[in-house]
Design a protein around this ligand. Structure first.
Ligand SMILES: [Zn+2]
Length: 251
């Protein structure tokens, strides 16, 4: 499948590359962004105190030096939109699964009795629509099993030339992205300290920003679904200042 390898390589580059100049430029825009937000929002939500991931020392940590919008846009008209969505969705599934695996030993039925994120509890709905409350590790396991099954199903994510995507493809991709968002939100909400202890907050922030820019580009998740993390998205997904695109010599 054309595009799959490209996206994967780009994603790995995004995860591994670090440019301190970009970080310092980004810091200026992050700080100004936070400042204006504080002014316009006098009331502090009670949950705000718990949001360690919103502290500037963490939100400034990203490991990319290019505009994420360029990375997610459909590259040329020759690449089919569904191919592009399939490649990206599969890549995000692998990367988010990997990111969760770094903290999974801390996410147990005792520590996380429900699938929470920012005071929201997510319930699992089985194939018959029955609502089930489960622990966070159970929920993540259900998500990953569900997504793994879909992305490896040749009828839904076809990899062979000439094979069409099903009519339900877009709605399934939306569902996958919604579930993957829940997993990222839970990592931030319940396991950010552990992520910092492992020094993986830069990877998490980069992955999160890349994912949010992607789902926004193609309207894959309802804004009301992701609004619980809007404060972080606003800080991390700020585009690069325009003057950084053309030059830069790093010392
Ligand atoms: Zn957990």
């Amino acid at each position: 499948m054309f595009g799959k390898q490209f996206v994967h390589v780009m994603a790995l580059m995004a995860m591994k590359k670090h440019t301190s100049l970009y970080a310092s430029l980004l810091k200026a825009s992050i700080l100004s962004c936070r400042k204006s937000k504080t002014k316009s929002n006098g009331k502090k939500a009670p949950a705000e105190e718990k949001k360690h991931y919103m502290e500037p020392e963490y939100t400034k940590v990203r490991v990319v030096d290019f505009d994420l919008k360029d990375l997610v846009s459909l590259p040329t008209k020759e690449i089919d939109l569904n191919e592009w969505l399939a490649s990206n969705t599969t890549t995000f599934f692998n990367l988010i699964n990997l990111q969760y695996s770094t903290i999974s030993e801390f996410c147990t039925g005792d520590t996380c009795q429900a699938m929470t994120a920012c005071n929201t509890i997510y319930y699992w709905y089985d194939e018959r629509g029955k609502k089930t409350k489960c622990t966070a590790p159970q929920y993540v396991d259900l998500v990953m099993t569900f997504v793994q099954k879909l992305v490896t199903d040749e009828e839904i994510f076809p990899t062979k030339y000439g094979k069409d995507f099903p009519n339900s493809f877009e709605s399934l991709v939306k569902k996958v992205c919604r579930y993957l968002f829940h997993v990222l939100a839970h990592i931030y909400w319940a396991h950010f300290k552990e992520t910092v202890a492992l020094e993986l907050q830069g990877h998490l922030n980069t992955l999160y920003a890349h994912f949010i820019v992607f789902i926004r580009e193609f309207n894959l998740v309802e804004p009301k679904e992701i609004c619980i993390m809007d404060d972080l998205s606003e800080v991390l997904c700020a585009p690069l200042p325009p003057h950084t695109h053309n030059h830069v010599t790093e010392r």
